[in-house]
Design a protein around this ligand. Sequence first.
Ligand SMILES: [Ca+2]
Ligand SMILES: [Ca+2]
Length: 333
Amino acid sequence: MILSRTRSIGLCFALLSTLLALTGCDCGGIPTPMDAAVPRADAAFADDAPGLDAPFVRDDAVVVDPDAGPSCAMTTCGPGERCELVAGAAACVPNSCADLHCSATERCVPAMTGMGNVCVDVACTDSLDCPVEEYCDGVVCLPDVCVAGTRTCDGMAVLVCDDDGGGMPMVFTCGSDAYFESVCAGDAAGAYCPCEDDWDCPADTVCEVGRCTGTGRPPTCSLPPAAFTDVLPTNEITWGGVSAAMPSAVGAPFPTSAQVDITPVVANLDDDNGDGRIDELDTPEIVFQSYCGTDVSTNGVLRAIHGGGPGRGHDFFAVQGGVDPILSTSWVS
Ligand SMILES: [Ca+2]
Ligand SMILES: [Ca+2]
């Protein structure tokens, strides 16, 4: 480092004597003030092997990378500075953004040293080329205009911020074809179209737990139909006895009441996800009636078993007559 800096300083003084008549002193040997303002390493003063010199602390406590800024008299300027005559002496002067004239694909930013500014390349072809808080407009990275995924109302329309934070397009407009009045509303989760059923929702959305969900855009792919023989139904849950010889539902409340010949009903009966509500976001239960042997008209038991989650297929409750239901937690380990 000593050799390269000594060489730079010697050359700087030689050029300085010929440049005193100019308004600015460019120790890099560039003859115009505008060019002198460009902070990039000057080829005339660049080290023969750039990048080998370690940063050092200047007298004014600024950490300077010798390979980044120009040499100036007895010191080395930071990357955001240029060398000029100040009160008759060569000194490092911070570059303003007006000094720099950054190109259309560059941005003027403060130098890492905190002294002056530099031009940085912000050209891009994709938002992945940009910092996470910026997006690519196809040419350069720009600061995000919104937080990705946030939703707001614009009258009846729902606007959703793009994944790259670059825009907030409308995804759909609220409005129901039925009696229900669906207007854009908002809560902590953002804007949404309220609904009671799917027909209250815009095209390509569905009603889930009182709000229309979906992209609002037609699907761009589809699955080809499969032959029925390739997608035959399979048994997922078995409840009751294991055979005619062993008909009792061992482990279930009222185990001898294990004959079933009614169509079961599916309904959500408990708060599986613990959000304080029992709705479509919970796993449903399967509700049915059972009886003993062939006695289909008396002593029926109303039952429910869990249709999903860790207790799938296990008893939830059973009730007979006017007594309180028997809740079963036999599946809980
Ligand atoms: Ca729930
Ligand atoms: Ca459930």
